[in-house]
Each structure stands twice: as C-alpha cells, then as structure tokens.
Design a protein around this ligand. Structure first.
Ligand SMILES: Nc1ncnc2c1ncn2[C@@H]1O[C@H](COP(=O)(O)OP(=O)(O)O)[C@@H](O)[C@H]1O
Ligand SMILES: [Mg+2]
Length: 244
C-alpha cells in the first residue's frame, strides 16, 4: 500500500495529554502527531513545558490524563526502560555524558541495553564514519572536549541505541552558530536515514529552518502548528518570537 503521508497512522500520536509536577499542571490537553521519518520541531519560550513533554514521552513523568501511542501501541504506564527499548531515545538537555570516560566508552553506553555485540561493533564503525570528529577523539575523555563536540558525542551515543524516534532537547543552547549549523546537518542526515526526529527548541528560527513541520507551545498549550517554512513567514509568530 502506498497511502499518502497524511493519511498514514502517525508514528507518535499524542492526544489530550496533561502532565505536571505534584498539584501543578504544566501540560494542558496537548495533541500532537509525529509521522514516520518526519523532522518535527516543537518550539516555545523557556518554561513553556517542552522538556516536561519530552519527560512524559520518555516515561520519566506519568501523565495525568490523555493518550500516547507509538506505532499504534500505548506508551502510557510503560517504564522508561520499555519505552527506550521500543526505540524512543532522548538526547537530553545538557547532554549528560560521562565526562571522565572516553568518547568511545560513552558511545558504547548508548548501546548498553543491546546484547548483539557484533552488531554494536559494526554500528560503532558506522557512527564513526558519520561523525569523523568522534573517530579522531575516540580515546579522549568526553569532558575534555568543547561543548559542540560533546553535543555531537551525545548525538552519536543516541544513534548507538538504534533509535526509531529521537527526542532532542535544546540542542543549540550555549553553542556557537557555526557549531549549531554542523549539528543541524548531522540531525538532518540522521533523519535521512529514516529516523524520526522531534526537536525541542527555544531558538524558533533555527528549528523552523531545519524542520518539516512545527508546533508552537505557550504555557503548556499548543497554540500553532503547520509547515515549518510557512510558520517562518507567519506575521504573528514573527512579532512574538522573532522580534520583527
Ligand atoms: N521538576 C519540576 N518540579 C516542579 N515544576 C517544574 C519542574 N520542572 C519544570 N517545572 C515547571 O514546569 C514548567 C515548564 O517547564 P519545562 O517543561 O522545563 O519548560 P521548557 O522546557 O519549555 O523550558 C515551568 O513552569 C517549570 O517551572
Ligand atoms: Mg526545557
């Protein structure tokens, strides 16, 4: 069957999702679709609830209500480990590498739940081909690299888990534009391999320039969605986020 993109069941489907911390509700009835092999951006200011959404998707935070399905199967109530095994891999804000371990050991940590040793080795070589800078630095301590290289290492580590859906939290934070451009190219290449990407970003212009589609979040609500290149031209968004 060759169903057109928009009639196919989304890979990730979120319906009326609410979540929060204790008595404080942060996400208010969020609905969102991510299609297979799509590069989706979720943009919004600091405190909008983007990380809270990613934490809920990863199973770190239990939803108060609503539905989350991956390829038609519910993720609600699943442990973070189960969700990870189903192919939902998070590239967390702040990267969270093991700074006193080598680049290579950090990459292997990405595959620690896998028991197919020979294939892990093969994947490591593939990842080094894709990230030659990491190959050069494979024996270096991760914590001794620049911020951009550490972000690249975190991305390469995520690939070692063979993600189906990659959740990326604030990739650009604190990095120079030239480094961010490189990382965006890496992310686009990963998508071109068939990995679905959900990128969360405060830098709305950056995210809209790279993504296929985007959702805009404000104080725990989705306020806008559309084709990314259309949203770049949206006068209201320009006024609110781009200082135009
Ligand atoms: N662990 C927590 N406990 C209580 N409130 C939190 C916690 N983490 C985030 N919040 C609150 O949830 C809201 C959304 O935060 P967050 O999801 O981190 O936003 P974003 O990632 O878009 O910057 C903010 O008001 C924040 O203060
Ligand atoms: Mg955040």
């Amino acid at each position: 069957m060759n169903a057109p993109e928009n009639t196919r069941e989304p890979l990730l489907k979120i319906r009326d999702l609410s979540a929060g911390y204790g008595l404080v509700k942060v996400l208010h009835d969020i609905s969102l679709d991510v299609h297979e092999a799509e590069f989706l951006a979720l943009v919004g200011s600091n405190g909008a609830g983007k990380t809270t959404l990613l934490r809920t998707l990863s199973g770190l935070l239990a939803p108060l209500s609503g539905a989350i399905t991956l390829a038609g199967e519910s993720l609600v109530g699943c442990t973070p480990d189960t969700i990870f095994r189903r192919g939902v891999v998070q590239l967390p804000e702040g990267r969270q590498l093991f700074p006193r371990m080598s680049v290579q050991d950090n990459l292997l940590m990405g595959a620690y739940r896998r028991d197919d040793r020979a294939e892990v080795r093969a994947d490591l070589e593939k990842v080094y081909e894709q990230f030659p800078r990491m190959a050069e630095r494979r024996r270096q301590l991760a914590g001794s690299m620049s911020g951009g290289e550490q972000q690249m290492c975190a991305m390469a580590r995520a690939m070692m888990a063979r993600p189906r859906l990659l959740l990326v939290d604030e990739m650009s934070l604190g990095l120079a534009p030239i480094i961010v451009d490189q990382l965006m190219e890496n992310l686009t290449a990963i998508r071109n391999q068939g990995v679905t990407i959900l990128l969360v970003e405060q830098d709305i212009h950056l995210a809209l320039a790279a993504a296929d589609r985007a959702y805009v979040m404000e104080t725990g609500n989705i306020v806008r969605e559309g084709i990314a290149r259309d949203l770049i031209e949206d006068p209201e968004l320009k006024r609110a986020y781009l200082g135009v």
